[in-house]
Design a protein around this ligand. Structure first.
Ligand code: ZN
Ligand code: ZN
Length: 347
């Protein structure tokens, strides 16, 4: 088969590699689409130290089963797959917090299990049982279904922070994640959402895809603060979500949220960067800060259902499709802020 192989930092080679062999109790799936994620870009650029080379990365993909030794997953079934494979045995898994599993394995994150930037993938019976797998229903676009991975992380954050029927939710960053936060906050009854984006081209792209409530401000902007205060009679936003890889946004979020409000630190920031956080404001204003990382298989199922039923409009997010051989071009376009969600298509 052909695959886009990550040979080392910033080095992708589209090449012939051996076909995967169907594991006992497992399947072989022909990949139809694989989403390109911000974390893939970080891995591509050599962002973290635990990465194994060469690796086939890509962790949000869908396709059709072409070989099966599994009783549940049969040839011809379409699946969408997300990377998290919790162990099911550790202290966290046993308490239903599988997203923080101590023995987490991941598909396509350059940690040893090949991912979706390839023509074929093998999934073992163990992965099919413990992982995040959804059978794509009749009438659901297989390419759109890849959005369920990103939507899982977003939905998990909303559930953990118990965001429901807020008056004003402010989201910093208009990437796939920021826009999903806005759509999911609205589904959960938010009266108003504001997506704040400092790059004017990304603002225009989001608007042209039909997203509403997109504002061209930096999170530090005094004008933004004044607008939020005006909308809330001087209180501040109920919730501020940082959906960008910037420490500054985390500092600013504390200034934009109301007393007893909630802040979610969603986007990871560079290692070793410690943004100044106004802890007195947290203390006196009783602000709660939530971390957010990954999702459980149950949340992944719910997220898939948001997409398969059309409550989340997956088609609005996918702005770019690349042939698999052009993955390096896709990474460059992503870095330049040209896309909302890009996907690779192997054929
Ligand atoms: Zn992802
Ligand atoms: Zn575990």
């Amino acid at each position: 088969m052909k695959a886009a192989v990550l040979m080392g930092p910033s080095e992708i080679v589209y090449q012939e590699v051996p076909d995967p062999i169907c594991p006992e109790d497992g399947i072989i799936m022909e990949i139809e689409a694989c989403g390109i994620c911000g974390s893939d870009l970080r891995t591509y650029e050599g962002g973290s130290s635990n990465k194994v080379y060469p690796s086939i990365i890509g962790h949000e993909f869908s396709g059709v089963i072409v070989e099966s030794k599994n009783d549940t997953y049969k040839i011809g079934m379409a699946l969408t797959v997300a990377p998290m494979i919790p162990c099911g045995e550790c202290w966290f898994c046993k308490r239903g917090i599988q997203n923080l599993c101590e023995n987490m394995r991941e598909i396509g994150l350059a940690t040893g299990i090949p991912g979706g930037f390839a023509e074929l993938i093998a999934l073992s019976g163990d992965v099919l049982k413990k992982g995040c797998i959804n059978i794509i229903g009749e009438g659901v676009d297989h390419i759109h279904a890849v959005i369920s991975e990103t939507a899982s992380s977003v939905l998990s954050a909303h559930e953990n922070a118990e965001l429901v029927m807020e008056d004003l939710v402010v989201i910093i960053g208009s990437g796939t994640i920021g826009l999903l936060h806005s759509e999911i906050a609205q589904l959960r009854g938010a009266k108003e959402t504001m997506v704040v984006e400092m790059n004017p081209e990304k603002v225009e792209l989001a608007k042209s895809q039909g997203f509403k409530g997109i504002y061209n401000y930096s999170s530090s902007s005094e004008e933004l603060k004044a607008l939020i205060m005006e909308k809330t009679e001087g209180r501040g936003a109920d919730v501020v979500i940082c959906a960008c890889p910037a420490g500054q946004a985390q500092s600013d979020a504390i200034q934009l949220v109301r007393k007893r409000g909630k802040v979610i630190f969603f986007g990871g920031i560079a290692k070793g960067v410690y943004p100044p956080i106004d802890t007195n404001r947290i203390h006196y204003n009783e602000i709660t800060i939530y971390g957010a990382s990954a999702y459980t298989p149950m949340i992944n199922k719910k997220a898939y259902e948001l997409i398969s039923t059309g409550r989340v409009h997956a088609e609005k997010y996918i702005t770019h499709k690349y042939h698999l051989k052009d993955l390096a071009v896709a990474f460059k376009d992503m870095k330049d802020g040209k896309m909302i969600k890009g996907v690779t298509i192997p054929k």
